[in-house]
Structures are given as structure tokens and as C-alpha cells.
Design a protein. Structure first.
Length: 308
């Protein structure tokens, strides 16, 4: 598919195989020959194409931005969102190398990002739906949020460096608009994108919309989000952006990265654990969810204050 960038083409599995073969450092990581590699599409998010390429020596994950939302071609999107994800990884990886993935390659013409493969990991959202998980996962995410935000804030760096980084990520306006709309605006008003279990939750939805004090508080939070660039945020830290095994946890999908209040990433994670609690049958594993929230916050506070 061609776009205004005439060099850009979307890749399929065969295209991914050829692309990786042409990048010597990636081909070496896989080992063997291209004919022996296993390439499969694993896209399950809303925005991008994602492939795993695996060879006898190892594997990589290749993500390519599309000029539209993957699940809705009519919703046009800028291709440069993979640029911001690559930039985010390069900024935070040195501070959390065991809690996220390394940027192995970025192609600014094809808008391709390549990171290490996490094929042995499970998305945390799926793991929570399947049953109890290791509560240490929340402790690791507390460390991630504390270390990544502290290291990119004025508490850790000269203001010149922080301000230059702010300028870079301030350009990530399309995805920041999605955050402002989908998290801090649309749920509290009548909007075509809103969906809920009708009629069971209709009374609750109407009560939220009619609550002027609540909506004023949300307005204040939206202003706070946009006007307090304290640190570099992941910006989309829900349970679908975390992959885990029993003893290893990685944060992925940093394309929503922007500068904002440090509490935003923390709040997103806690809120999604609460959503997981309320979506579980009859509050099953409620103690696990509560312990995860407590473990996350205790580790975040301890790590951040130690760094400070």
C-alpha cells in the first residue's frame, strides 16, 4: 500500500522475512537461513501490524505502523507513531532494562520498529482472565513507573535536557488526542464511541453524566494532564501493554508516550487492575487484585523516594 511517503509499503509475512534478511544485525539474531525462519502475524491491538520472526538462534518482534487504525481503515492515523515508541524505548530502556524491551531497529521510511521477541510471555490482561497471577508482577510495574518517570524528570536531569525531550514528544499530538478524548472526555458525555451493558448499567451511566461535580473534577484532571509535563509517560499503561511470565515482566507499546504528570501512568495501571477485578465473575480473586494495587503503590513510592 502506498502512502504520501512513496517509499512506504505495508508488509505481510513474506515481506517481513525479506526485510529481516536484509538487516544483517537482525538476521544474525535469528540465525540459520531465511528459509528456516518462522514468521507469523500476532496483531491483536487496535493500531498496528505485529509479526514475530523466529529462527534457530532467537527471535524478534516487528511492528509496523499503518496509515489507519488496524481495526478501522476509515480512521486515519499518522505513521510516525512508531517513531515515538522507538524514541520512548531509547529514553527509558537504560533505566529499566529488565522491565521493557530494547529497540533493536527503527526504520523511519517504513515506520518499522523491531524489538526482542517475548513469545514466551502472556499479556497480563489475558493472564488475569485465566486465573491468579504472581503478585510480584505489580511490584515490577511499580519499579518501572518509578524509575522511568524519575529518570526523565527535572529531579534527575538538567532542565535543558528535559525541555529538549519535551519538545520531541510534544509532537505526538494525534495519540495524545486519543488519550484526552477516550480517557478524559468521552466517557462522561454522550458520544457514539461509548458502549456499556444495557440496560444494566444505563442508570449508572446517566448518573455520571448528570453529576456536575464529577464532571468538573474530570475537567480539572484533563487540564492537569495537559499542563503538567513532569516526566516522560508511557501514556497507555493498561494490562494489555504488559507481558509477563512467572518471573519476568515487560512493558510494551510505548507509542502514546508524552510528557505529563507522573501520577498518570500509576493511575492507568491501578484503574485497569480495578477493571479486571470488576470484570471477574462474582469478584473472584478480589484479594489478588487488591494486593496487586497495594504492592504496586508501595514499590512505586519506595523506589521513587529512594531515587530522589
Amino acid at each position: 500500500m502506498a502512502t504520501p511517503n512513496q517509499a512506504y509499503r505495508t508488509l505481510d509475512a513474506a515481506g517481513v522475512r525479506a526485510y529481516v534478511a536484509n538487516q544483517a544485525h537482525l538476521a544474525e539474531r535469528l540465525g540459520g537461513t531465511p528459509a528456516t525462519w518462522q514468521v507469523r502475524e500476532v496483531s491483536d491491538g487496535n493500531l498496528n501490524m505485529v509479526f514475530l520472526a523466529e529462527g534457530p538462534a532467537g527471535g524478534v518482534c516487528l511492528k509496523q505502523a499503518l496509515p489507519h487504525v488496524r481495526v478501522d481503515p476509515s480512521w486515519k492515523m499518522p505513521l510516525d507513531r512508531t517513531f515515538f515508541e522507538a524514541a520512548y524505548l531509547r529514553e527509558v530502556f537504560p533505566h529499566v532494562p529488565n522491565l521493557t524491551t530494547e529497540c533493536l531497529h527503527f526504520d523511519p521510511e517504513q515506520f518499522i520498529l523491531v524489538v526482542e521477541s517475548l513469545s514466551s510471555h502472556t499479556v497480563l490482561r489475558t493472564a488475569l482472565m485465566q486465573g491468579p497471577v504472581n503478585p510480584d508482577i505489580a511490584t515490577r510495574i511499580g519499579q518501572f513507573v518509578a524509575r522511568s518517570t524519575f529518570a526523565t524528570s527535572l529531579l534527575a536531569e538538567p532542565f535543558e535536557k528535559v525541555m529538549n525531550r519535551r519538545i520531541c514528544f510534544a509532537r505526538n499530538q494525534t495519540l495524545t488526542r486519543i488519550t484526552v478524548d477516550l480517557i478524559l472526555t468521552d466517557p462522561y458525555i454522550s458520544h457514539p464511541r461509548n458502549h456499556w451493558a444495557e440496560p444494566e448499567l444505563t442508570r449508572v451511566v446517566n448518573a455520571i453524566r448528570a453529576n456536575a461535580a464529577l464532571r468538573a473534577r474530570v475537567d480539572a484532571l484533563r487540564l492537569h494532564f495537559l499542563s503538567n509535563p513532569q516526566a516522560l509517560l508511557h501514556g497507555d499503561l493498561h494490562t494489555g501493554s504488559i507481558m509477563t511470565t512467572e518471573d519476568d515482566t515487560r512493558v510494551i507499546d510505548g507509542e502514546f508516550a508524552t510528557y505529563g504528570p507522573i501520577g498518570f501512568d500509576a493511575g492507568l495501571f491501578i484503574a485497569n487492575v480495578i477493571l479486571s477485578l470488576f470484570s471477574s465473575p462474582s469478584g473472584q480473586n478480589s484479594s489478588l487484585h487488591i494486593n496487586m494495587i497495594n504492592s504496586f503503590w508501595q514499590e512505586f513510592e519506595k523506589t521513587f523516594l529512594t531515587l530522589w
